[in-house]
Design a protein around this ligand. Structure first.
Ligand SMILES: [Zn+2]
Length: 102
C-alpha cells in the first residue's frame, strides 16, 4: 500500500514525526494520533545522555589504564563534577519536559 504513510491534513505532505506536533512544512497542527508522547520526544535526548555517560566512563577507564601502563599515579577527580556538555544535555532534557507540560 502506498498510502500507508500519514500525511498532513493541510498540505498533504508526509508527516515527519519529530519533537513538534506541527507539520514541518506548513506548520499546521497535526492530529493527535500523530503526536509523539513526551517520553518519545525525550527519547533521543535520553539516548544522547546515556551515550555520553558511557563515553565518559569509558574515557575514565581508558585514561586510568593508560596512566597505570605508564607507571603514573592515579589521578583523583572531584566526585560530582560534570562536564559542561553533560550538564547541557541534562538541561535540555529538563527544558523539554517543562515545555511539554505547559
Ligand atoms: Zn503541512
Amino acid at each position: 500500500m502506498s498510502d500507508a504513510k500519514p500525511t498532513c491534513p493541510q498540505c498533504s505532505r508526509k508527516i515527519m514525526q519529530s519533537v513538534s506536533n506541527r507539520c514541518m512544512y506548513c506548520g499546521a497542527s497535526l492530529p493527535e494520533e500523530h503526536h509523539l508522547t513526551a517520553e518519545e520526544k525525550n527519547q533521543p535526548l535520553k539516548e544522547k545522555l546515556e551515550m555520553f555517560k558511557r563515553n565518559e566512563e569509558n574515557a575514565e577507564e581508558i585514561i586510568s589504564g593508560m596512566r597505570k601502563g605508564m607507571g603514573m599515579p592515579e589521578r583523583k577527580k572531584p566526585k560530582q563534577k560534570k562536564s559542561d556538555s553533560a550538564q547541557r544535555v541534562e538541561d535540555a532534557l529538563a527544558d523539554n519536559s517543562n515545555h511539554l507540560k505547559s
